[in-house]
Design a protein around this ligand. Structure first.
Ligand code: FES
Length: 180
């Protein structure tokens, strides 16, 4: 029997959508399946805010393992990014070897500063000085360990000639009410 029929009068009085237990469980199962399929979770969360391109580095002056920090789109610490040539392909990377990536310097847990914490040996940013979260820069800033549960916002980069530009940000930077 459809459980909604049992509560028909209550449903009409409250003008609330009627969802039977069976339909609720089926919807929950669908959500679980989608969120556990490889790549699907990212597909849902990858929202990009586009900006006018800002030049952030010279391609010819970037060397493996030596990060460059810059501010974008605002000139304040909340807009701090680390750009690095990983020396191996990184997801979302640009350049001949697709190994140039950039990420927000604000930890997604509680905004701890990740400035200066790049570890070339493991291609990670961190550990965060507050609660030790570390982020994998070869995998879209995925959490390796620590308290954070969200990936680091990644810069969308483009190369024009010898210049590396940032053109947008993928993900929500800690402390911001919306995409910046
Ligand atoms: S603020 Fe970075 S791990 Fe808590």
């Amino acid at each position: 029997m459809d459980e909604c029929n049992l509560d028909k009068n209550e449903h009409l009085n409250n003008s609330a959508p009627c969802v039977s237990r069976r339909n609720f469980l089926l919807a929950g199962a669908s959500t679980f399946v989608l969120s556990t399929m490889p790549g699907m979770a990212h597909a849902f969360k990858l929202i990009v805010k586009e900006h006018s391109p800002l030049r952030v580095a010279s391609l010819s002056q970037l060397t493996e393992g030596n990060p460059v920090e810059f501010m974008f789109p605002l000139d304040n610490p909340m807009s701090s990014f680390t750009l690095v040539k990983l020396g191996e392909r990184g997801a979302g990377g640009v350049g001949k070897d697709q190994d140039i990536v950039a990420f927000s310097n604000l930890c997604t847990h509680m905004g701890g500063p990740l400035n200066g914490s790049y570890k070339a040996k493991h291609k990670v940013l961190g550990p965060c000085p507050l609660h030790l979260t570390t982020f994998d820069l070869t995998r879209h800033g995925m959490v390796v360990s620590g308290h954070a549960t969200q990936t680091l916002p990644q810069a969308r980069l483009e190369i024009m000639g010898d210049d590396v530009y940032i053109t947008g940000v993928m993900g929500l930077i800690y402390g911001q009410a919306g995409l910046i």
